[in-house]
Design a protein around this ligand. Structure first.
Ligand SMILES: Nc1ncnc2c1ncn2[C@@H]1O[C@H](COP(=O)(O)OP(=O)(O)OP(=O)(O)O)[C@@H](O)[C@H]1O
Length: 270
């Protein structure tokens, strides 16, 4: 494939239930219960090899859902996702098994990625050193703070040398020194011409890193283009959004959901 990532008309539908009994009835009876909710609605974009793309959007706009789909952690409901090579996701809650120790998580992840025992023996010390977890590496992950989980996730993902690196808010929970070290590692990654997707609420980090920006709004693509063009528009929107009264926000939401409906019906999904 000539592109690094190709996302075509991707939709992710969740069901929202008002109670546990509604959820159980939906599972056990032929009648459908609950309300359909589209976290992503007809999302399309392409990343060239070597692109550094930032995903922006207010809370709940679908950034993590899209990152998880691209990483293969969550399946899309409809549409198509093509990824050229191995994508690794770094997110605070991504893929770590809570009952296993940090060391066992490293081994499991490497085995799942197809590394041999010999390769794992070489990689493991590097990952442990990068994580700075010291003796905690042999403690179960459920005893880790979110910063420690993020450090372990970061250390694994960056050291297994993936073709595409997806970083979802992982830099926001660690301490400053670790964030700096991670940013430097990402710069190395960038210098090698690899593809990166970066999700962050920090516009400063986006400016520092990303060449292109995908702006999501209510699960739809609001804008996609150069960071130079899109970030100022997004920044302006965030300022305006913050100033909106509750009724203005309600109207904004209603209009967005109306647009979502149009887009979904154009795909004959509703
Ligand atoms: N498993 C799930 N079941 C139901 N709804 C979900 C599920 N996962 C995510 N959602 C919903 O999908 C929408 C998009 O969530 P997502 O986490 O992708 O947004 P986000 O842009 O990453 O938000 P944030 O900036 O707050 O991290 C949200 O409304 C969220 O509540």
């Amino acid at each position: 494939m000539d592109k690094a990532i190709k996302v075509s008309h991707v939709t992710k539908k969740y069901k929202l239930y008002s109670s546990t009994s509604e959820r159980i009835l939906d599972l056990l009876t032929p009648k459908s219960y609950g309300e359909d909710f589209f976290a992503l609605a007809n999302v399309s974009f392409e990343a060239e090899k070597g692109d550094i793309i930032g995903f922006v959007g207010v809370n709940g706009s679908g950034k993590s859902t899209l990152s998880n789909i691209i990483s293969g952690i969550v399946p899309e409901t409809t549409g198509e996702v093509e990824v050229d090579g191995q994508a690794a996701l770094i997110a605070v809650a991504s893929g770590l098994k809570n009952d296993l120790s940090g060391r066992d998580n490293i081994e499991l992840k490497c085995l799942m990625l197809g590394f041999t025992r010999k390769e794992i023996d070489l990689l493991e010390p590097k990952i442990i050193e990068f994580s700075e977890l010291g003796k905690f590496i042999d403690q179960p992950v459920k005893s880790y703070s979110s910063g420690m989980k993020s450090r372990l996730g970061f250390a694994i993902s960056i050291n297994v040398d993936p073709d595409i690196l997806i970083i979802d808010e992982a830099l926001s929970v660690g301490d400053k020194a670790f964030a700096e070290k991670s940013l430097n590692k990402m710069k190395e990654f960038k210098a090698q011409g690899k593809t990166m997707v970066f999700v962050s609420h920090s516009i400063g980090q986006m400016k520092q890193f990303c060449e292109k920006i995908l702006w999501l709004d209510y699960g739809m693509v609001k804008d996609f283009g150069s960071a130079e063009d899109v970030l100022p528009r997004y920044e302006k929107f965030v300022e305006e959004f913050k100033k909106m009264s509750n009724s203005e926000k309600k109207k904004f939401r209603k209009d967005a959901l109306e647009k979502q409906k149009e887009s979904l019906s154009s795909l004959s999904l509703i």
